[in-house]
Design a protein around this ligand. Structure first.
Ligand code: F6R
Length: 259
């Protein structure tokens, strides 16, 4: 794992956007795993502004609320249309979001896993992190071998996401259909982006704490190709930052990203 700390939120977001654009240059038909949430809004705005082509890409989103139709303004499908898909040249048929409105969720989950496999797996999986330590909606005690399935959301997560549901956590759906931790770990590369002071404590646990299913995001420590990109605020509880900065300043891989 590499931890990259940028002075500002804009610079952290910009680095991740540049990384994605570089990967797409190497492999225009890459399969991207996508995340939603407030952190990613800036990233998608950056990608849209860059004019990058997603014409040959396939995308798989991490999760969707159960019980919301794709057209619901609060669904993650709507989020993706609003923030990315409607503004880029991606073929709508190549975009995938779990079907949280399916009557048979088990089947929908299996179908999703099969579609990822049929696409040849995910090349780059983008991740945010929840204050409860989730990646996707893998709340505490999610098995590290879990696959796409339905999962109950924690009160912390429902409170964190209440803003989008009129400010009341009770309005946030209670469950979500989410890629499993095992599904996420199968991606060839992971890029976790976290910004702001509210993420500092959980970022430190995920990166430097014990690997435990109580903090699903700590599973990224087991991935052989994982980058964690944070701004100063989200980095503030990390104890090993001098070394992380040293790596970023010296690894040839990061040469183009230091400015
Ligand atoms: C959403 C997802 C979640 C979010 C996380 C952070 O698709 O996968 O894990 O990335 O809850 O959300 P924000 O960015 O709103 O703090």
């Amino acid at each position: 794992m590499e931890v990259i700390i940028r002075p500002s939120t804009e610079q952290a977001v910009d680095l991740v956007a540049r990384l994605i654009i570089a990967r797409l240059k190497e492999k225009p038909d890459a399969t991207l795993g996508l995340a939603t949430g407030r952190t990613m809004e800036r990233l998608y705005a950056n990608l849209v502004a860059s004019g990058v082509s997603l014409a040959q890409c396939r995308t798989f989103n991490l999760d969707e609320y159960i019980g919301l139709e794709p057209g619901d303004p609060n669904s993650y499908r709507s989020y993706m249309q609003t923030h990315l898909f409607d503004h880029v040249d991606i073929d709508p048929a190549n975009t995938h979001v779990p079907d949280g409105s399916a009557s048979d969720l088990k089947k929908a989950a299996e179908t999703y896993e099969q579609a990822i496999l049929a696409a040849g797996g995910i090349d780059l999986q983008l991740l945010g992190i929840g204050e409860a330590g989730h990646i996707g909606f893998n709340e505490p005690l999610s098995s590290f071998m879990s696959r796409t399935r339905d999962k109950s959301l924690t009160p912390t997560t429902r409170a964190q996401n209440a803003e989008m549901f009129g400010g009341n956590p009770e309005n946030v759906p209670k469950r979500a259909l989410t890629m499993g931790v095992g599904t996420i770990l199968d991606a060839k590369e992971l890029v976790l982006l976290a910004t702001g002071p509210a993420k500092a404590a959980i970022v430190a646990k995920a990166v430097e704490g014990p690997v435990t299913s109580m903090v699903s995001a700590s599973a990224i420590q087991m991935h052989p190709n994982c980058k964690v990109v944070v701004d100063e605020a989200a980095a503030s509880a990390l104890s090993g930052r001098d070394y992380y900065d040293f790596v970023f300043q010296n690894e040839p891989e990061w040469e183009d990203y230091r400015t």
